[in-house]
Design a protein around this ligand. Structure first.
Ligand code: URA
Length: 234
């Protein structure tokens, strides 16, 4: 297979961009700079790298991002930095975030190119658990944790589905919800006359935020985590 065709199939860039990378010496084949775009390679045997980053063909990829506050959960935006801007991989053209976190929300965001998995994880029928660490303006009053757990009126047709609350301190709780309505956590706290000051997602379905990931950093899911996701969506 031609080297430029291989690189295009990996979505590294357009044919002309790929040729430019080769011309600039950014592509190596078995650690030696590629010679020309039409150079023949064996995709199964040769080790191809772009700027030193090994490239390989995987149909689906899965990354855990620790989203920082201040970036939007989109693939592109005219004014704001997006979560995809944080991904520095060469092979990122088809990636997208699974669902949305508000601009000021931090924490676990799954990034993938697997549309079917994303669809399954976001389906309202599936009731995927999401746990948030919530900084609140004032302590919950007696009965309010129970109210949040049983369901509150956030202005939709129905009350929120049963949730789980753990009170960590006067100013911090965890809230586990099974839906993903717009601004849901903020609206739930508003419904009990409180206010969210900080919000961080700690888990999404079977995935837990890797504590070693600093805000803004990401890593590929481990094989075990991918297996958990596949099991979960069955
Ligand atoms: N609930 C919110 O209010 N915001 C988020 O980003 C996620 C859940």
């Amino acid at each position: 297979m031609r080297l430029d065709k291989f690189l295009c199939e990996l979505n590294i860039g357009s044919r002309s961009q790929v040729k430019e990378y080769i011309r600039k010496g950014l592509v190596t084949v078995n650690s030696l700079p590629a010679i020309k775009p039409e150079q023949k390679i064996d995709a199964n045997k040769d080790r191809i790298a772009l700027r030193g980053e090994a490239l390989f063909y995987k149909r689906f990829v899965y990354y855990m991002l620790n989203k920082p506050a201040g970036v939007v959960s989109a693939t592109r935006d005219n004014t704001c930095k997006t979560v995809l801007d944080l991904i520095t991989l060469a092979q990122k053209k088809e990636l997208f975030p699974v669902g949305r976190l508000d601009k000021d929300t931090e924490g676990l965001l799954l990034i993938t190119n697997d549309g079917e998995l994303a669809h399954a994880m976001l389906s309202p029928k599936r009731h995927v658990n999401k746990t948030y660490l919530v900084g609140i303006e004032k302590p919950l009053l007696p009965g309010q944790a129970e109210a949040l757990e049983q369901g509150v009126d956030i202005g939709e047709d129905r009350r929120t589905l049963p949730a789980r609350v753990e009170i960590l301190s006067d100013s911090q709780i965890t809230l586990t919800i099974r839906e993903g309505k717009f601004h849901q956590v903020k609206r739930m706290l508003q419904a009990v006359d409180n206010r969210v000051l900080t919000l961080k997602r700690l888990s999404f379905g079977p995935l837990s935020l890797d504590e070693k990931l600093p805000a803004g950093a990401y890593r590929e899911l481990t094989e075990q985590e991918v297996a958990l996701l596949y099991e979960y969506r069955k």
